[in-house]
Design a protein around this ligand. Structure first.
Ligand code: AMP
Length: 290
């Protein structure tokens, strides 16, 4: 059944809508997505609806955050179903710009992210990815002009990048970071899970199990990065079909690394792995126990 939810495709119309909300003293919460909406996105939209008078969700598969050999072309595009998911979760307006309106004349001006937050992990594996993310988020913030924006901790490194964007470029937007929604077996929900077979989804549960074991070791007092990363490599090696890209431990607040983490430090374990040609990422945070 088609859902009656307002869609806006042009940035000018989107900006007009947001200005009207502001004039009517209504707050706007924003959930940027690339579509193929699943329960993880829905949980963000529900959270946004609790925090503001009006929720805008954007659906835009942003070409500038994909590398030349990545899955931009294949990325699932399921707009009709997405509108139903968004409406059911409490979204008021879906912003669906196309590439031509977002980048009418290519990219002459973009946001450049640097430092520890992008030196490793997906920043190293996907060169340019976070510049693309920061640039599109800046553009979307300027168009939607939200009071609050909700991002998922599923993309942990992205949350560090967006936090730096807001802080360093003085965006007047409050960030709300939401927990990761998971399948019953622990697999983090992701639009890319659609590429997996049922068997692949079952096997991918090992990724979260690996993170949980590392988090348990850290909470029990293990602060040695080499040993924590070795533990993750060993757990993951139980399935030789899962090819890790990285499985590492960093400080949660700025993604800096040290050989030894001290008791009380908050650590994030970040993992990316290929399974059946699908690249999956996940993470978990833990405090080093005394
Ligand atoms: P994407 O459509 O993958 O760009 O994701 C849009 C937003 O949804 C981002 O802030 C993601 O971090 C968030 N998100 C994606 N998957 C999940 C999940 N399983 N749980 C919570 N948030 C998620």
């Amino acid at each position: 059944m088609a859902t009656a939810i307002e869609t806006i495709s042009h940035p000018d119309a989107m900006r007009r809508f947001s200005k009207q909300q502001r004039r009517a003293d209504r707050t706007v919460a924003f959930v940027p997505t690339m579509g193929a909406l699943h329960e993880g996105h829905a949980s963000l939209i529900r959270r946004a609806a609790e925090r503001a008078d009006c929720v805008v969700t954007s659906i835009f598969v942003n070409p500038t955050q994909f590398g030349p050999n990545e899955d931009f072309e294949q990325y699932p595009r399921t707009l009709a179903a997405d509108l139903d998911v968004a409406a059911a979760a409490g979204c008021d307006v879906v912003f669906t710009p196309d590439t031509k309106t977002m980048y009418p004349d290519g990219v002459h001006c973009s946001v450049h992210v640097k430092g520890a937050i992008v030196e490793k992990f997906d920043g190293a594996s996907r060169p340019g990815h976070f510049n693309g993310v920061a640039t599109i988020v800046a553009k979307l913030f300027n168009i939607v002009q939200p009071d609050i924006a909700v991002f998922g901790l599923k993309d942990f490194q992205q949350t560090r990048v967006v936090s730096a964007l807001v802080r360093d470029l003085d965006f007047d937007v409050e960030l709300d970071l939401a927990p990761t929604s998971r399948e019953a077996n622990g697999l983090a929900r992701s639009s890319r899970n659609a590429y997996l077979t049922d068997e692949g989804r079952a096997r991918a549960a090992l990724i979260y199990k690996t993170l949980q074991q590392a988090a348990r070791a850290a909470a029990a007092g293990e602060g040695n990065r080499g040993r924590l990363e070795q533990l993750m490599a060993e757990v993951l090696s139980a399935d030789t079909g899962i090819r890790p890209d990285y499985a590492q431990a960093a400080r949660a607040h700025d993604l800096s690394t040290a050989d030894e983490y001290a008791a009380g430090e908050e650590i994030v374990f970040l993992l990316a792995a290929h399974l059946d040609n699908v690249r999956l990422i996940d993470n978990i945070t833990a405090r080093i126990g005394a």
